[in-house]
Ligand binder design. Structure first.
Ligand SMILES: *Cc1c(COP(=O)(O)O)cnc(C)c1O
Length: 234
């Protein structure tokens, strides 16, 4: 990658950080209360290196093998790796061994597998449970009424640390429509949280709707194309 590309990624990173800060201010969120996850799936390693040089430390990957390879290429640099894709049973070992976070937990069986396969030396795997708020069977995530049971399963495992909830709504154009599923996720979190179960993390918001997510309480936005440009085809 040329130095022009490197400085372009630094500029995109700065622009996204500015959008986050502006939304924090506009919606009266404390400064710094929204973390940025750089979604680097199907992006070349050089772009991750450029983002890292510009101060980005948390990266999100959707394909296990690709994420494992990138982590190995960028080892020992203090980066955090988040698995944000669909979890498959035959990939839980690699996820447990190589990632720091999973955002898309949808099954008790996956929770048990990840816990059993987590190397103790790596400390607990941080977990968000994915909620389907659109009710479409085609969308990933469990239904809100199934959340309590899955949260309880996660809490049974010392190798897992329950962080909160995640959602990935269908794209919407207007701001009010964008806000609706994010408001619903926050309401569900408020309903399920307690002193013993704080559920601090609301993983919601992407390149096209991060302001709506921050308005509704996002604590981590997952941003791909606004940082890195269009992704390579699958
Ligand atoms: C790809 C992806 C993103 C990033 O989407 P952009 O629109 O490129 O910002 C966020 N979250 C998940 C779960 C993804 O798969």
């Amino acid at each position: 990658m040329s130095t022009a590309d490197t400085s372009e990624i630094a500029a995109c990173l700065q622009a996204v950080r500015a959008r986050i800060q502006a939304a924090e201010q506009r919606f009266e969120r404390p400064p710094g209360s929204v973390q940025l996850l750089a979604v680097s799936k199907r992006q070349p390693l050089a772009k991750l290196v450029a983002a890292q040089a510009a101060g980005q430390h948390a990266f999100g990957e959707s394909y296990v093998q690709e994420g494992v390879e990138k982590r190995q290429a960028l080892a020992d640099q203090g980066l955090a790796w988040h698995f944000i894709g669909r979890i498959q049973s035959n990939k839980t070992r690699l996820i447990a061994e190589h990632f720091d976070w999973v955002h898309g937990l949808v099954s008790a069986d996956h929770a048990r597998r990840l816990a059993a396969q987590r190397p103790p030396a790596r400390g607990p795997l941080h977990v968000c449970v994915q909620i389907n708020l659109s009710g479409e069977a085609s969308k990933a995530g469990i239904l809100p009424e199934q959340a309590e049971a899955l949260l309880a399963e996660v809490e049974r495992h010392e190798a897992l640390k329950l962080e909160g909830l995640m959602t990935l709504p269908a794209p919407a154009e207007d701001f009010a429509t964008q806000r609706r599923p994010f408001a619903a996720l926050r309401a569900l979190r408020d309903q399920l949280a307690s002193a013993q179960r704080p559920l601090p993390m609301l993983s919601m918001g992407m390149s096209g709707d991060l302001e709506a997510a921050i308005a509704e309480g996002a604590t981590m936005v997952r941003i791909g194309t606004a940082l890195f440009g269009a992704r390579a085809p699958i």
